[in-house]
Design a protein around this ligand. Structure first.
Ligand SMILES: C[S@@+](CC[C@H](N)C(=O)[O-])C[C@H]1O[C@@H](n2cnc3c(N)ncnc32)[C@H](O)[C@@H]1O
Length: 225
């Protein structure tokens, strides 16, 4: 399954930026909320890690808000990383690492962020393990913020989430495009309930856990060490 995810991003890297805004409602607002959650002063040279950086949109936003930040962009798709490098060529202090996020060494960072990536992990156990690893790698006061797909807490709310998403997709995609996106959701995406995510963060040791932004089944949430 994870190989299928990697292949999909490798194959479609060059069209990702054009497609993501058509499949994620308020994508730009969501990324803005993720970066605004970082509790740093503008000119601090903080070390920030972006897991599943894709084409570098979050790293770009981080550098706009925190010009001196040292950003590490991690992704297992070399093609996505190539696009990120090109997008970010005007910025300094950005490191690119081709790696599976699960195999990455998280030590020495002030913040870890990740957008639309960790819902590809299939098991709750795996996610909790990752949150624990991130927690132990962060310095005291360090933060983890995630922007991702979540499930509705009840069957009714999940159906509502999907209806709202379908409404958005129908404004931007053909019937064929919508079917493809729906198939991919079933095959490749493994969201969990927001309450489960928040509980795992707590279990991993995080404090001040909060939901910063939410639009149906897209949410920005995280906590502090
Ligand atoms: C939907 S894209 C999101 C990209 C970017 N974060 C954004 O919000 O625009 C997901 C990215 O995560 C990467 N990815 C998914 N699972 C990964 C894993 N286990 N390790 C490393 N990268 C992964 C994919 O290659 C892809 O670039």
């Amino acid at each position: 399954m994870i190989d299928r995810v990697k292949k999909h991003f490798q194959d479609e890297a060059d069209t990702f930026d054009a497609r993501v805004v058509k499949s994620v409602p308020f994508y730009a607002d969501m990324l803005e909320a993720l970066v605004l959650a970082l509790p740093f002063k503008r000119m601090e040279a903080r070390k920030i890690l972006d897991l599943g950086c894709g084409t570098g949109s979050i790293a770009k936003k981080i550098k706009e808000h925190f010009p001196k930040a040292l950003v590490t962009c991690v992704d297992f798709s070399e093609n996505m990383l190539e696009i990120a490098k090109n997008k970010l060529r005007g910025y300094r202090d950005i490191r690119y690492v081709a790696s599976d996020v699960r195999a990455f060494d998280f030590s020495g960072h002030d913040a870890v962020v990740s957008s639309l990536t960790l819902h590809h992990l299939r098991r709750g156990r795996e996610k909790l393990g990752l949150y624990k690893k991130i927690y132990s790698g962060l310095g005291r006061g360090g933060v983890l913020y995630l922007a991702d797909l979540v499930l509705g807490e009840t069957g009714y709310l999940q159906r509502l989430n999907l209806e709202m998403w379908k409404g958005f997709l129908s404004q931007h995609l053909s019937a064929k495009g919508m079917n493809e996106r729906r198939r991919r959701y079933k095959r490749e995406d493994r969201p969990f309930k927001l309450s489960e995510e928040l509980a795992w963060l707590k279990q991993a040791g995080f404090r001040h856990i909060d939901v910063v932004w939410k639009y149906y089944h897209f949410a920005v949430f995280g906590g502090q060490k």
